[in-house]
Structure formats: C-alpha cells, structure tokens
Write a protein that binds this ligand. Structure first.
Ligand code: FEO
Length: 396
C-alpha cells in the first residue's frame, strides 16, 4: 500500500506485518497480521508520529519520502517506546540525522536503553503544545497504557487524536485503512483480543486515560494498530469504554483441558445444561486447541466463566495453568466463575483452582465439581446444578 491521505496535510505512512507469527512472541497474528500505523504531518515543519517495527522500515521511509520529497523531517514524535512503534527509529535517523525526537521524561531512558540514542531530544510535559505552522499539536500523558512513558498526540487544528496503542487492534486492514471502508464486525474480535491480551491488565488506567481525553473534540482517531476511525470514532470509543469498565454481556465461556476426553464430557454436559437453562451464548474452548488469547477475548466479553481441567502429576493440567496465569494477571473480577475437575488418583487441579480463586479474587458461584474419570449419573447431576446456578447468576 502507498501512503494514504487522511486530511490535507496528514498522511498514514504505516506498514502491515504479515511476517511475525507471534506478537510480543506470545499472541498469534499469523492469520490476519497486524499493522504498525505511523503518520506524517506535512506542515511548515514536518512531523512524523511514531516509527514502525524495524522489519518494514524501507517501506515506511519510502512512504514518508513520497509525501515530503526533499524536505527533511523536523520532528519524530514517539508516543510509545514498545519496539513495534519505535525500532524503526535507527533507520529513520540514518535518513534524517538532524531530526528532533519528541517524548517525555520517561521516553528517553527507554530509548537510550534500547537504541543508545540520546541526542536531539525535545522533552514535553502533559498538556504542552508544539506548533508545526498551521497545525498545533498537544500532548497528553497516558501512563501504563500500555507502558509508563505512553502518551497521545492531539492535532488541535484537524481534531485528530494519534492514540498509539489505545483503540488499537490486531488484524491488518486489507485494501483500506478507514473504518467506513471496512466491515466493522470483522474488527470487533481483533479489537477485543488486542485489548484483553495487551491492555487488559491496565484496564483501570485505560479508563482513566479515556476520562482524561473525554473533553477533547475528536473528529478522527488514528491509533498505532488497526483502522483509522474518520467516520465513526464513537464505535471504537464506545467499545473501549465498555472494555475498560469490564462491562460484560450475558453468556458463558467454558474453557477446559482434557487428555482423554473425560473432562471434555463434563464440559459438554455443562454446555448442554446451560442451553437447557436458556443461556443463548455458550462458547466452548479446549485449551489445548485454541490459543489462550482467543479464549481470553471471549472471557472479557461474557459474564460467565466455567473452567475445568484434569490432574497432571498431582497438579493442574499445564495448559490450563497457562490460562490461569494470564487470568490472574488481568483480573476477571467482574465475572461469575465456576470450576470442575477430573482425576483418577489423588486429585490435583482443585489445588490450583483454589489458589487462583484466592489470588485473582474471582466471584465463585459454587463448590468445585470433582469428577473421577468419566462423569457418572451423580456427576452429571452436579454439573447440571452448576449450570443452573450459572444461568441464575447471569440474570442477577
Ligand atoms: Fe503496540 Fe504497546 O505497543
């Protein structure tokens, strides 16, 4: 894709990444890719907002040059130092060695550590402005969304918010970067999966950031990943407020691990029982087959969560332990949660579930249902009771 005009002097110069298989070496993006958005404001002074991941810097710099020709870049504004938005800086500096780098006091130590760059720095503070000529930019600190140095840049002139990770998404837009030229339903899950996995732990800070930016008149949102919201910024704003507030909808995620099908039978019994109880949205995930990022994304959406796992050498099935680790980090403390286990010898998974309950401070709806091997009649009754309790909790 070539550079794309957003407003008269404002252009997208980002790149799509279809090479990386795991974002942050954890989250699968091999199916749909991810975009690293960056922007140029071609004013009396030229500002580039954000760099890109260093794998695609040639394309990024070609796009910048296609806009500004022989002019130089006066400012690089680094909203966020995570290397998916900053590692292209070395190549950009090689092309524009006199370029000033705009950041805050927390930006520059990280830049020095990562890239050994510490010259031509312009340190700004919360609320400070920078004039490019026609455009005046204003900077707002949004700490911990997603890193301590994170900030956003607001173009007062054109009412554009360059929001770095906030409002970002997995899934590289294909053919067009604009919200009004894409089916937004295609982006709902990638936006939520990105939020839950990357920002979920700091949802409270994300909400504070949204409140802080609430007084700005925002015409266009230009995030560092995903679509540019020029027609319907309210769509992603509304999604972000709901996700940051941990607002859920009625429905249940059943996440289970199963080596030989016994725990799977319990999970399926629960799914059937939930349907019989009138729960329309029930999502069943085998933690061995679905990456936890997709499971976490649906957990973030639905109020109910049932987790089941067999014992494994006296502890919990390891792939479920991985999910519990992440859920403890992001705190699903607004959910109704239940558990079921399976063992043949002396138990195991319930110990890990109990530790999870204590550490994650989840709202448990019932005792753990403990099954030995294939669920028998009594077990099925206990699982049905768990499903009934969950259905009741969803409407309370
Ligand atoms: Fe897209 Fe926190 O980096």
């Amino acid at each position: 894709m070539n550079a794309v005009k957003i407003k008269d002097d404002v252009f997208w110069v980002g790149v799509n990444d279809y090479q990386t298989t795991l974002f942050e070496s954890m989250w699968p993006i091999d199916q749909e890719g991810v975009s690293y958005n960056a922007y140029v404001i071609n004013d009396e002074k030229v500002a580039v907002i954000d760099a890109v991941k260093s794998i695609e810097t040639d394309e990024y710099i070609e796009k910048i040059k296609s806009i500004i020709g022989d002019k130089k870049v006066d400012y690089l504004i680094l909203n966020h130092m995570e290397p998916d938005h900053s590692s292209g800086i070395t190549e950009l500096l090689a092309n524009y060695p006199d370029m000033k780098i705009v950041g805050n006091k927390k930006t520059f130590p990280i830049m020095k550590n990562f890239y050994n760059i510490d010259q031509n720095l312009v340190e700004i503070v919360d609320g400070e402005t920078l004039s490019l000529g026609k455009h005046t930019l204003q900077f707002f600190m949004t700490p911990m969304v997603h890193w301590p140095e994170s900030m956003v840049t607001y173009d007062i002139t054109d009412k554009i918010l360059f929001s770095m990770d906030i409002f970002g998404s997995f899934k590289a837009p294909v053919g067009s970067i604009f919200d009004d030229e894409n089916d937004l339903a295609d982006f709902e899950n990638p936006i939520r999966r990105y939020f839950a996995c990357i920002v979920g732990k700091v949802a409270g800070q994300a909400l504070k950031a949204l409140e802080k930016l609430g007084d700005l008149e925002i015409g266009t949102i230009c995030p560092a990943h995903g679509l540019i919201w020029r027609t319907n910024p309210g769509y992603v704003l509304d999604m972000y407020v709901k996700m940051s507030s941990k607002e859920t909808v009625p429905g249940v995620v059943i996440a289970y691990g199963s080596m030989y099908g016994c725990t799977q039978k319990s999970a399926e019994t629960l799914a059937i029982a939930l349907k019989n109880e009138g729960v329309k949205e029930v999502k069943l995930f085998d933690v061995s087959k679905t990456d936890i990022s997709f499971i976490i994304s649906d957990i973030w959406k639905y109020k109910g969560l049932l987790m089941g796992a067999p014992a494994y050498y006296g502890k919990i099935f390891p792939k479920m332990a991985n999910l519990l680790y992440k859920l403890t980090e992001i705190r699903v403390d607004n959910h109704k949660v239940g558990f079921f286990t399976d063992f043949s010898w002396s138990g195991g998974a319930e110990k890990n579930f109990n530790t999870f309950i204590e550490e994650a401070k989840v709202d448990v709806i019932s005792d753990i249902v403990k099954v030995k091997g294939t669920p028998n009649e009594e077990d099925v009754l206990a699982l049905n009771a768990l499903a009934k309790k969950m259905a009741e909790e969803l409407v309370n």
